[in-house]
Design a binder for this molecule. Structure first.
Ligand SMILES: [Zn+2]
Length: 237
């Protein structure tokens, strides 16, 4: 008698469990789809401005409501001031990539500072007074120089080596493999392959909840107050 009671309870349990599983399975697949939490990434573009590819990039950023950061070579900025104005007018962050794309580590501190200041003067002249953050060419800069600068230094956490492959798909794949919330991505708007890659990257990441912001916005969103004399590679973990 007892044994039958136990078996009976077991059968009841199985029916209840199966019923519950069936209910869960019958929920509509599209019902209650989760909205992904916002994630943020800063796309950065070095070595411009360059007529053609830079304008193409600006148009694609405008279409997507995206903001980016442009680290300009002083010489190029002086040659194409109207492009610099366009970048600034569209709400992107403009930064300093030295006057002549030199390796700052190879220079004396005085000469390295002069390279940075000469590019800064051109940006101040074209865009007006402001803090034009520095990205050292090749990412190479001594800590001593960083500490002498009156603005933050920006490195990167994602480098698809776009200048090397000049292959849109390879650049997209390399970024998609490593990008995460808070990443700073290094690209070059002087290559049309990289501009196309940036568009594909944004179109792949946007449905995942990613938003594209300037480096300064990225740091502030993540609760980081940007400091002069500090180098930033990413925001967050
Ligand atoms: Zn560069």
């Amino acid at each position: 008698m007892r044994r039958w009671l136990v078996v009976g309870w077991m059968i009841a349990g199985i029916i209840l469990f199966a019923g519950k599983a069936a209910t869960q399975e019958t929920l509509p697949a599209d019902g209650g789809a989760e909205i992904p939490a916002p994630r943020y990434v800063a796309l950065t573009f070095d070595d411009g401005p360059r007529p053609g590819s830079t304008e193409q990039l600006l148009e694609g950023l405008r279409d997507r409501g995206a903001r980016a950061t442009f680290f300009l070579i002083g010489e190029q900025a002086q040659m194409y001031p109207e492009l610099v104005q366009m970048i600034g007018a569209e709400g992107h962050q403009v930064g300093n990539h030295t006057w002549g794309h030199v390796c700052l580590q190879d220079l004396s501190t005085a000469n390295a500072l002069a390279e940075v200041e000469r590019a800064d003067a051109v940006l101040q002249k074209i865009l007006g007074p402001g803090d034009y953050w520095v990205r050292p060419p090749y990412g190479l800069v001594d800590q001593a120089l960083i500490q002498q600068l009156s603005v933050p230094v920006v490195k990167w956490s994602v480098d698809p080596r776009d200048w090397e492959s000049r292959n849109t798909q390879a650049v997209v794949d390399a970024v998609m493999e490593t990008v995460t919330d808070g990443s700073i991505v290094l690209l070059h708007d002087i290559y049309e392959t990289s501009v196309q890659a940036a568009f594909q990257i944004m179109d792949l990441l946007e449905p995942q909840g990613y938003r594209f912001v300037t480096v300064e916005q990225l740091l502030r969103i993540k609760g980081i107050e940007p400091q002069a004399g500090t180098a930033y590679r990413k925001a967050g973990k």
